[in-house]
Ligand binder design. Structure first.
Ligand code: ACO
Length: 335
């Protein structure tokens, strides 16, 4: 059955505020040249990346997530005690359990409300936002925080030059609250294909391959990716989900003010842009600064675009994600 977006879900919630947290330490392409056989030229032409950020010793995903949520609360002008739920999308949780959302709740001292993680890799923020909108539409909650947060440098294999240049750490948050009519989520679309899970995963540390000395020695606790296969699927899935969400929203492409794609690779974004046929000036790109921050990439780009005044009240924004699973999804909001 193809997923649908009900009339009840349409416009049920709107984004009240956003925030982000990016760690200070920067890994440049030149830094990577010193530890692996690569060049700034290769990384720049193949990925568009120049820098990525890295958490400090002892810092974890929830530390970044809590700061991003606090900033989103300030931006929204609400007290975080008004939240009814917190959802965290992450592929690099503080621990296998409890959820990273529980640690965020602890940092912010918000006991009592339900909090949980979503495991949808780079699509985590779009999955979480879709769910937040549905929960608000169902009348279950009024105000829900969605955070995409990652410390991918913790699970990056710095002996594998084809993946280690790609990933960075960051968190971005958005607070969803009741809509005021015109403004709000006007489409959401999510999907997945578990048949392709072998192309992008972290094989060790779960019930399939519990941690042993052998799994550690074989570097099974790091991201494994078959880059060119992921690349092709990413372009296809992001194209179809962006188009599907625009169709569900019932808007024309010309009405879209900004496309925020998952920041995995500038070549993926350019291929997507030309397939959708949207002008490049309407596409937000910051992959040069942060690398691929998985679930954090869309909310930090969204927060930046708002801060820079690229979008403002009334703007129509299409966000589109793709990640391990494979998972994909798209959200259309009128700000
Ligand atoms: N420096 C120099 N050379 C390199 C490097 C490097 N860092 N990495 C790979 N190469 C070499 C390879 O060894 C290969 O050499 P060979 O031809 O002699 O064998 C050559 O470059 C080409 O390698 P490819 O893997 O074919 O390079 P490609 O153009 O596909 O780029 C990349 C690789 C950047 C990984 C790309 O495939 C990509 O971006 N894939 C998608 C990533 C993505 O979208 N991830 C999304 C989800 S992430 C998540 O969910 C956590």
């Amino acid at each position: 059955m193809s997923p649908t977006f009900s009339d009840k879900a349409r416009g049920a919630s709107r984004i009240l505020g956003t925030g982000r947290c990016v760690p200070e330490e920067v890994i440049t392409n030149e830094d990577l040249e010193k530890i692996i056989d690569t060049t700034d030229e290769w990384i720049t032409t193949r990925t568009g990346m120049k820098r990525r950020h890295k958490v400090a010793e002892g810092e974890a995903t929830s530390d970044l997530a809590a700061v991003a949520l606090r900033r989103a609360g300030e931006d929204a002008g609400i007290e975080l005690t008004d939240l009814d739920a917190i959802i965290v999308g992450t592929a690099s949780p503080d621990m296998p359990f409890p959820s990273t959302a529980c640690f965020v709740q602890q940092h912010l001292n918000l006991p009592g409300i339900p909090v949980f993680d979503i495991s949808a890799a780079c699509s985590g923020f779009i999955y979480g936002s879709t769910l937040a909108n549905s929960l608000i539409a169902a009348g279950q909650f009024e105000m829900v925080a969605v955070i995409g947060a990652e410390t991918l440098t913790r699970i990056t294999n710095y002996q594998d030059r084809s993946t280690c240049v790609l990933f960075g750490d960051a968190a971005g948050a958005a607070i969803f609250g009741p809509s005021d009519g015109e403004r709000g989520v006007i489409a959401a679309y999510i999907g997945a294909d578990g048949n392709l899970s072998h192309l992008l995963n972290m094989p060790g540390g779960g019930s399939r391959e519990p941690a042993t000395h052998e799994t550690v020695d074989a570097r099974r606790h790091f991201i494994h990716m078959e880059g060119s296969e992921v690349f092709k699927s990413a372009v296809r899935a992001m194209e179809s989900s962006a188009k599907r969400a625009i169709e569900i929203a019932g808007i024309r492409l010309e009405e879209v003010d900004l496309l925020i794609p998952h920041q995995a690779n500038v070549r993926i974004i350019k291929a997507l842009t030309s397939r959708i046929n949207i002008p490049p000036e309407k596409v937000y790109i910051n992959v040069q600064e942060y690398g691929n921050t998985s679930a954090a990439s869309i909310p930090i780009a969204f927060d930046e675009a708002r801060e820079l005044g690229i979008v403002s009240e009334g703007s129509v924004i299409v966000m589109v994600a793709f990640g391990g699973g494979f998972t994909w999804g798209s959200l259309v909001v009128r700000l």
